[in-house]
Write a protein that binds this ligand. Structure first.
Ligand code: PLP
Length: 390
């Protein structure tokens, strides 16, 4: 069995309304930094019940400026999950800080709070406590934020939630992004994520000071606010650069798409859940571990990951993966543990350091999941997997 056209693991859902909204911007006076960026930011902060939202070029940039806004420097340490995209660790390196990892929970594949606590106790004795922890809501399911937040108070670190997968998800009945248990939450609007702006990201926070710093860092470190200037002036042309910042600005074109997509987010996520339920049913009798859902969470289901059971020896993960790719099913793997990347090995990390992430990585495959996936396509995917594994 083989499908004619490749079915990707994720893709955007764009409709006529999205196109109409983008066209409106193209016909307006501003292509960038006009009113639509602000509208999108307001809509994000309202949707998530956070006081402030700052949109920017992508989540990687948002993670970078979030670290800067929390004062991260070369003398500091950041910890994150090995089971994530490179950016969650790279953002620390952009600031020259050291990076370390905390292994994942065997069921949720999220940063494990018990391992975090143990590692913090050791780090405290060595005087090597992290300044920032970046929990990643893997596949759209929230980490155990209450526990991580308790530890943050005890060990005095900041929290940036990498919620690139998790806009629209909830934790203890509150939306991810409300920042109840963190300083800053980051979203990504890359086309494979829950909603898209093409490229785009955002940082949400309840702190005015942090929001202002983030805004400063995404626009060259320059200010027109006389209260922030070294030499205040009322001259209308006057601005000052008070920090070293970047051009991480997003455009009105991107934000028009984002605003339009945000209106549909709950429908998108309901559709993802419907497809997840169908996968769960169709794959239940196979030698696979299907996504575990913690009762405190409602996932946005960015990814549907299956894990070959350790006892199953008839086929390897690579065989299953390759046979699916040969059938034109665009499966993927999330994630190669970040600490095993050549760049990070240079800092002394090696295979064996975070065994749960590594064992998970060796057995996992991400199946196609996005709102536009049809039942027919999904049934074909399920049949192909059944054929391969039985
Ligand atoms: C996609 C992703 C990023 C990076 O997002 P961009 O918007 O592409 O920069 C960061 N972290 C995680 C966990 C992601 O999945």
């Amino acid at each position: 069995m083989r499908v004619n056209k490749i079915i990707p693991y994720g893709r955007q859902s764009i409709d006529e309304l999205d196109i109409l909204e983008i066209n409106k911007v193209l016909n307006s006076d501003w292509l960038t930094q006009g009113p639509v960026v602000t509208h999108f930011e307001q809509a994000l902060s309202e949707y998530c019940s956070a006081a402030y939202a700052v949109a920017c070029t992508n989540a990687t940039a948002a993670l970078h400026v979030a670290c800067l806004a929390l004062g991260l420097t070369v003398n500091d340490i950041v910890w994150t999950s090995p089971n994530t995209f490179l950016s969650s660790a790279n953002c620390a390196r952009f600031c020259g800080a050291q990076i370390d990892f905390v292994d994942i929970d065997e069921k949720t594949y999220n940063l494990c709070p018990d391992k975090l606590e143990a590692k913090l106790l050791t780090a405290e004795k060595l005087d090597k406590l992290p300044k920032i922890i970046i929990p990643v809501h893997f596949a759209g399911q929230s980490c155990d934020m209450k526990k991580i937040h308790q530890l943050a108070k005890k060990f005095n670190f900041h929290i940036i939630e990498d919620a690139s997968h998790a806009i629209g998800a909830t934790y203890l009945d509150k939306r991810i992004g409300c920042c109840q248990y963190s300083d800053i939450t980051i979203f990504s609007f890359h086309p494979v994520k829950i909603i898209t702006t093409g490229e785009g990201g955002a940082a949400l926070t309840n702190s005015k000071e942090i929001a202002e710093k983030i805004r400063l860092y995404i626009t060259h470190g320059m200010t027109r606010d006389s209260k922030k200037m070294e030499n205040p002036s009322n001259d209308l042309w006057y601005y000052e650069q008070i920090e070293l910042g970047f051009n991480y600005r997003i455009t009105d074109i991107h934000c028009a798409l984002g605003l339009s997509q945000l209106k549909k987010i709950d429908t998108f996520i309901r559709k993802r859940h419907e497809l997840v339920a169908r996968y769960n049913e169709g794959l239940k009798d196979l030698p696979l571990t299907l996504p575990y859902q913690h009762p405190d969470t409602y996932s946005s289901f960015h990814l549907y990951v299956i894990c070959l059971m350790a006892e199953y020896k008839n086929k390897t993960r690579a065989q299953l993966f390759n046979e699916l790719r040969q059938a034109n099913i665009g499966v993927n793997v999330h994630y190669i543990p970040v600490h095993t990347q050549p760049y990070y090995k240079k800092f002394g990390f090696q295979w064996g350091d975070f065994p749960v992430s590594e064992d998970y990585y060796h057995r996992t495959i991400t199946l196609p999941l996005y709102p536009g996936l049809s039942y027919e396509q999904q049934d074909t995917i399920i049949s192909i997997i059944k054929n391969i594994l039985t």
